[in-house]
Design a protein around this ligand. Structure first.
Ligand code: SF4
Ligand code: MG
Length: 317
């Protein structure tokens, strides 16, 4: 079956002037199947949000292809392009900044319906009520304003807005990072419920592996603009191959004492290097406990080492 989204050798470079080029996304490859959740994880500045924004064309790609249902989105024009924007929606990290404070919740949610001319009058009101119910709110909330809601509720409003025009695919850019720990699980559960009910596909971006664990079918780990590893979630947690993934996982406490003994704590040396001046060869080499001479000279290839398990590391060639 054809993946719903295919990202091929995607690059997004920003020219900052004075000869400085920020290679925020630098040759990223992955695919997402219909109905699946792909978790994209990495520290801040690794390029994960830029990747999401380039996929949905908030940024124009510097190079590479993004195929949605088999079609290169950069080549779509007119009606086809509009259709694409109906099928792909975004949920943002900051539920405080992403909702217009002067618009009622009802009008915020109905924005997509209005833009695409999908519903008006009674039908529009009914659709808004239905969407509010879908995300655990109710129709009385439609006439209120964003400031009257908590962070978790605002994120529910953001999700209802994304759902309004019945997209197939949602990019959620750190949708729970700004929320209290106590409401994070509720919002993750809402994403899962909506996925079941509407057959949605997600690209779920987060800064740590613990946040994507309970929602992702597969996970990609990014470091300095590149993918270090991609694997089915269970495989990634049970048998991480890239030293960077291992270090991220070693920071998560595991309830199983047997696993805890096997999984040694890996403390990374140094800070994440500036993406303006990345190390030669493997971008992780300045912090990797296993770095060898070759790592400074040759960028490891992103290779499939077992079915569905990709890694870019000279230890696995
Ligand atoms: Fe470490 Fe070398 Fe593998 Fe990079 S390629 S992760 S530096 S062992
Ligand atoms: Mg971000």
């Amino acid at each position: 079956e054809q993946p719903i989204l295919e990202v091929r050798n995607l690059r997004k470079h920003f020219n900052l002037g004075d000869g400085k080029i920020l290679k925020a996304v630098d040759g990223v490859n992955f695919a997402i199947n219909k109905g699946e959740t792909f978790g994209l994880v990495g520290e801040s500045g690794c390029g994960k949000s830029t990747a999401g924004r380039t996929i949905i064309r908030l940024y124009e790609a510097t190079d590479g292809e993004v195929l949605f249902n088999g079609k290169d989105i950069r080549k779509l024009e007119g009606k086809q392009r509009q259709q694409l924007y109906r099928n792909m929606q975004m949920v943002y990290q900051d539920p405080y900044a992403s909702l217009n404070p002067r618009m009622t919740v009802g009008n915020i949610i109905a924005e997509g319906l209005d833009i695409h001319g999908l519903a008006s009058g009674k039908k529009r009101r009914e659709r808004v009520s239905e969407l509010l119910n879908d995300v655990g709110l109710n129709e009385e909330h439609a006439s209120r304003f964003p400031h009257e809601f908590s962070g978790g509720q605002r994120q529910r409003i953001g999700i209802a807005r994304a759902l309004a025009i019945e997209p197939q695919f949602i990019i959620a850019d750190e949708p729970i990072s700004a929320l209290d720990v106590s409401v994070q699980a509720q919002v993750v559960n809402l994403f899962k419920k909506l996925q079941r009910e509407h057959g949605l596909t997600y690209l779920f971006i987060a800064h740590d592996l613990a946040m994507v664990k309970h929602i992702s079918d597969r996970i990609g780990v990014m470091y300095l603009g590149k993918l270090a590893e991609v694997a089915p979630s269970e495989q990634l947690y049970a048998k991480p191959l890239h030293p960077y993934t291992q270090s991220l996982l070693s920071a998560i406490p595991i309830p199983d004492p047997q696993l805890q003994r096997k999984r040694e704590r890996i403390i990374l040396k140094g800070e994440i290097p500036s993406p303006l001046n990345p190390p030669s060869g493997c971008p992780f080499r300045t912090r990797c406990p296993f770095a060898m001479d070759v790592c400074a000279q040759v960028m490891p290839e992103f290779k499939e080492v077992e079915p569905g398990h990709f890694v870019a590391c000279h230890l696995h060639t």
